[in-house]
Design a protein around this ligand. Sequence first.
Ligand code: COI
Length: 358
Amino acid sequence: MTTLTSEFAVERVKKSRVAEVDFNNLEFGRHISDHMVVVDYENGQWGSPSIVPFGEMKFSPAMLSLHYGQAVFEGMKAFHTKDGSINIFRPHKHLDRFNKSLHRMCMPSVPEELWLSSLKRLIEIDKEWVPKTEGASLYIRPFMFATESRLGVKVSDTFKFVILTSPVGPYQAKPYRLKVENKYVRTAEGGTGFAKCAGNYGGAFYPTQIAREEGFDQILWTDSKEHKYIDEVGMMNVMFVLNGKLVTPQLSTAILDGITRDSILTLAKEMAGFSVEERKVSIDEIEQGFIKGTLTEAFGTGTAAVVAPISVIHINGTDYQIPSAGPTSFQLQVKQKLHNIRMGLEPDTHEWNYLVKV
Ligand code: COI
């Protein structure tokens, strides 16, 4: 069923909470905007979407997502551009990934019209929540979960699709000290690593907690068979500047097809002097890069952080240090370029920006 924009039932908040937000001091995910989109799926089709005040929902404690993890999310961002529009960054690519994740989890896909009209209407209504402060943005969290109430192990017949938004500041965490994981795995080839399903994140908590107790910030995840090849860092894709080239693990069923990853690789190919290699990257090769001095940068890429610098990788008992990224580093140049495109300061030659006039 195609859902039309005009079918939205809208119930507005009596009083907005936006005045309570300090837009100069935004902690990730702390404030949820006034409204949310809610759409139910039953009898094999999507119902009419509604936009309602953000608040508690009523559920059966027997709903299948709570027991068997049928739950998927996305993370995307919207920005204020220099001409006063609001730009949702690459919503079609995010929908494509959302639908791939949903397919892997036996959940219904979201039609493009429902996706775009939901995002557009929600942002129009909560436009005051889109930060105007430098480097800040509106984080958009679409998600879907199984709602059928039943303890039997089965694919749910009913689902709820919800979109929340939250104003977020620029990423400011200190560069990561990484532990190379050689015991636990985030996922395995053939598993759900490429999908943004809730269980991938919950399953990473315990090894990450252990790494933190050992004095690290995050984990450098390695392949499940040999712990030899690099998959991801923390909850992000990982990139290295090695021998003057941008090198990143090639996509597989164990690696998330990051939209920031794709954007950075695309821009790197256009930036003078950068060749890009998407291939298997071994821990040995990274260690050799440190020893020979050919590894000059390492960073994570993701929607939330955009670029997260790495300062130390602990390999085979040695803390290998990476010099801090200066203004001419690849990571800061590409981050700036991405920022400029999203803010309308540089031409959007790839048509990544989806402008909402407010
Ligand atoms: C991202 O930055 O892409 C993420 O998925 C992080 C999110 C889980 C907060």
